[in-house]
Ligand binder design. Sequence first.
Ligand SMILES: NC(=O)C1=CN([C@@H]2O[C@H](COP(=O)(O)OP(=O)(O)OC[C@H]3O[C@@H](n4cnc5c(N)ncnc54)[C@H](O)[C@@H]3O)[C@@H](O)[C@H]2O)C=CC1
Ligand SMILES: O=C(O)C1=N[C@H](C(=O)O)C[C@H](O)C1
Length: 265
Amino acid sequence: MSDLRIAVSGAAGRMGRRVIAQVLGQEGMTLAAAVDGPNSEFLDQDAGTVAGVGEAGIPITSEYGDGIDAIIDFSTPPGLEQAANFSIERAVPLVAATTGLTELQIALIDEAAKKTAVVFAPNMSLAVNLCMKLASDAAAALKDAPGGADVEVVERHHRYKEDAPSGTALHFGKLVAEQMGQSNHVHGRDGRPGARPHDEIGYHALRLGDTVGEHNVTFGLLGETIELTVRSHTRDSYAIGAVAAAKFVAGRSPGHYTMNDVLGL
Ligand SMILES: NC(=O)C1=CN([C@@H]2O[C@H](COP(=O)(O)OP(=O)(O)OC[C@H]3O[C@@H](n4cnc5c(N)ncnc54)[C@H](O)[C@@H]3O)[C@@H](O)[C@H]2O)C=CC1
Ligand SMILES: O=C(O)C1=N[C@H](C(=O)O)C[C@H](O)C1
């Protein structure tokens, strides 16, 4: 069987470099393209060298080429648009990992899923996706807890992160709200907001040094508290999940697939 040819979007970024390292290190997988922004200082440089894993023979470019079996995108909202448009034009399977997208950009991913197989997830890590399931289960069990359960989501990331709260924090909140029905999503608190209504999920975004990524979901009951915490120590936890997702979507029927599908959760 021939190698799976992967294009990495956001190739010179923190995540792109780790994805390239994974792709180059895996049997049965080839780096077919390394795409970064049109103004990237890394254009024309070797993708493997930029990733710190030795020469790959693939230059970083601003355009996709031919012969791509799947795209893994960890870039920026415009980078995701470019990747999704290419995926739509060529029916190339897409792993969409960029967060902080607009409704229009999400609609573009939906369009791609009509043409090809797509995994669109704010977090590709095994531990985080398992924690999402646990949070959903906890929310279902606590839905009718006596006195009610207050849910707060706290996330910590590195100082360079551009969107807040994280896509993962928002997804935790969505999963909880699907079970418990909260319709009010509050971002931080200030002044005198008054007593906390039950119909609310609070989100709090911390930006600290080089923190890779941490999420905490707290269920506050009357008399006791439950906390779920997941910490990513290395970006490889996301890169490994993304590469597994690329293997999963390649050659699969069009449609949206989840990380639960990929990871068998
Ligand atoms: N779903 C997941 O598991 C994870 C998602 N992310 C998300 O991935 C995204 C990237 O994160 P980082 O690597 O930390 O950011 P970064 O800022 O280090 O890298 C982004 C890269 O995208 C490049 N870029 C800009 N325009 C582009 C274009 N048109 N086409 C291709 N590339 C382009 C930039 O030049 C840069 O090299 C963020 O949205 C982040 O939230 C990050 C980690 C895990
Ligand atoms: O920007 C990051 O670093 C991360 N972004 C994702 C998000 O916004 O949820 C996933 C992970 O937490 C790291």
